[in-house]
Design a protein around this ligand. Structure first.
Ligand SMILES: NC(=O)C1=CN([C@@H]2O[C@H](COP(=O)(O)OP(=O)(O)OC[C@H]3O[C@@H](n4cnc5c(N)ncnc54)[C@H](O)[C@@H]3O)[C@@H](O)[C@H]2O)C=CC1
Ligand SMILES: O=C(O)[C@@H]1CCC=N1
Length: 271
């Protein structure tokens, strides 16, 4: 039995196939979800999805295994209005902010799992945090784990109120890392490197360091020390980057606090 057998039999419905829905769908299809088992509901579906054998903007299967909600929190109420009531379907939302209670009001009696993934899911390198409601059985959580595990690692949360901080850290985090690449490349240019070379050096440095941070037994702090020769170049750079007042730690703290707070606001607006 393959991981996706139940999904391939009963079907998966994806409401919202934009950047995040598309990233997950790309990962699922690459890992064995059959296109014919997927119903995509999205009024503005990108043309790249039209020739993949998916069921697009058509009637829902009678009893899909899972309904994945990947529309913007602000569009959620409107999107849910078009979904018929389902009997034995797991509702899985990836929306920032929107709480389990909001979905329970729309789908009374349904098992609901709230997940925060990130876009490296498209290449199987995502990380998702998830938590279910009281009606989500171990089997439902396993199904959610199968889906999200197919596109990266999965961690389970103890409390739903951890979800906004998760969103601010790992949900939004890829954007911070892409900006780090942009900033490093610009800084290299400022030191006289050609733009293309500088971008390549920045991109591969972040990719290689990220892979090493995952692969190595040591803490990131030890890996950092391994790069740092006493009196050398890295120490000079880190004196600037690690400054407790003007360096990365206070900047990253403010960044993740702002993103976390926005998640809380989105949750309140949806209630
Ligand atoms: N982009 C990211 O990195 C992440 C996004 N998320 C969450 O994923 C959700 C989607 O975000 P993105 O993919 O970035 O947005 P997006 O704007 O790229 O995609 C949303 C999709 O929903 C579609 N849509 C709009 N109204 C609809 C309706 N009534 N019915 C069906 N589809 C409808 C749009 O046409 C669009 O394709 C959000 O709730 C966001 O919080 C979660 C983790 C990471
Ligand atoms: O920016 C957002 O609201 C979504 C949630 C996490 C990443 N993107």
């Amino acid at each position: 039995m393959g991981d996706f057998d139940d999904l391939n039999t009963r079907g998966l419905v994806l409401v919202g196939c934009g950047r995040m829905g598309g990233a997950m769908l790309r990962g699922w299809l690459a890992r064995g979800l059959e296109p014919g088992a997927v119903t995509v509901i999205d009024p503005h579906l990108a043309p790249e999805w039209l020739d993949k054998g998916l069921r697009v903007n058509t009637g829902l299967p009678a009893d899909p295994a899972v309904l994945v909600l990947a529309v913007k929190p602000q569009m959620m109420a409107q999107a849910l209005g078009g979904v018929p009531r389902l009997s034995d379907t797991l509702v899985l939302s990836v929306a920032a902010g929107t709480t389990i209670a909001t979905f329970e009001a729309v789908f009374p009696g349904a098992p609901i799992v709230r997940v925060m993934p990130n876009t490296p899911a498209a290449i199987g390198q995502g990380i998702s945090a998830m938590i279910g409601n009281g009606l989500a059985t171990p089997a439902h959580l396993d199904l959610a784990q199968t889906l999200m595990g197919a596109v990266g690692r999965v961690v389970r949360l103890d409390h739903e109120d951890q979800m906004d901080a998760v969103t601010g850290l790992s949900g939004s985090g890829p954007a911070y890392v892409f900006h780090l690449i942009e900033a490093m490349a610009k800084a290299g240019e400022a030191q006289g490197l050609p733009a293309a070379l500088s971008l390549e050096l920045a991109r591969m440095t972040v990719a290689g360091a990220g892979a090493l941070a995952v692969d190595a037994d040591e803490d990131p702090a030890v890996l950092r020390e391994n790069v740092t020769s006493p009196g050398g170049t890295t120490a000079a750079g880190l004196r600037v980057l690690m400054d407790p007042d003007t360096g990365l730690p206070p900047l990253m703290a403010r960044t993740i606090a702002a993103a976390t707070e926005r998640g809380r606001e989105l949750g309140k607006a949806a209630q």
